[in-house]
Design a protein. Structure first.
Length: 141
């Protein structure tokens, strides 16, 4: 039977991705809130006399920052849009390849043999290809 190419490998990807998304959704909607409820300390009701765990310098600073951002939301939105535009413009400065091009001359040889070929056959053909370039003065390694 002939293989069906890419479909042979990609046929079940729908189910794999679907199951992964469903499991992720279940964890996010059910398990995470439950764990948060179990792990976080119980807060006293409003108006209670217990000291707040959020009455610390870091929380006070963060509350001021969030309050400032809410009061100056147009400024925050403008800065965010400007930063996004600058990042888009900056992408044009990024090199578009992962590995830089080689500055030395290279020769690539691709040998294709039928599937199931013996290793001895592959070795013999590779040695024939090596013999073709062995006497060339330009070949260093």
């Amino acid at each position: 039977m002939a293989s069906s190419g890419t479909g042979e490998y990609a046929g079940s990807i729908f189910w794999v991705v679907g199951i992964a998304l469903l499991a992720s959704w279940l964890v996010a909607v059910l398990l995470t809130p439950y764990l948060g409820f179990q792990l976080l300390p119980a807060r006293p009701p409003h108006g209670g006399s217990a000291p707040s765990i959020y009455d610390k310098p870091v929380y006070r600073w963060f509350r001021k920052l969030v309050s400032w951002c809410v009061r100056h939301r147009l400024t925050v939105i403008g800065v965010t849009i400007t930063a996004f535009a600058v990042s888009l413009a900056g992408f044009g400065q990024i090199q578009q390849q992962f590995f830089p091009t080689s500055d030395r001359t290279e020769l690539f040889v691709e040998l294709r043999l039928p599937g199931g070929s013996a290793i001895e056959t592959t070795l013999a053909i590779a040695q024939q290809a090596e013999a073709l370039v062995k006497g060339d003065d330009d070949v260093v390694t």
